[in-house]
Write a protein that binds this ligand. Structure first.
Ligand SMILES: [Zn+2]
Length: 114
């Protein structure tokens, strides 16, 4: 995948930081999951059916977050719709992975990928 400009990667990071603060104010806590994913790892994951080779993680435009509410780890995508909607309201490029079954995945659409 073509590399996005550093300014876009920086904008993604800052938008994610603001999102984490916003959801924290609403009673959610987060821990980091995977952010940057080397292309060779993305290729391996794709072979294992755990993602796509052209993952936005490989261009620093995606981050997986683990969500907690009242110290309960929330894993069901359906229960993350609230935070997904908040993420997508943060920026016109923001896409929530819950739309394709991965509620922990926050990304910026780029190069035809989400
Ligand atoms: Zn992800």
């Amino acid at each position: 995948m073509t590399s996005p400009p550093s300014s876009l990667q920086q904008h993604f990071a800052l938008t994610l930081a603001k999102f984490i603060i916003r959801v924290n104010e609403l009673g959610w806590q987060v821990t980091f999951g995977e952010a940057y994913r080397p292309p060779e790892t993305a290729a391996l994951y794709a072979q294992q059916g755990r993602g796509i080779k052209e993952s936005l993680h490989t261009v620093r435009l995606a981050c997986d977050l683990n969500f907690f509410k009242n110290n309960m780890y929330i894993t069901a995508t359906k229960e993350l719709e609230t935070v997904g909607a908040i993420w997508e309201a943060q920026d016109s490029l923001a896409t929530w992975g819950g739309r394709f079954g991965d509620g922990n995945h926050m990304s910026f659409g780029f190069g035809g990928h989400k």
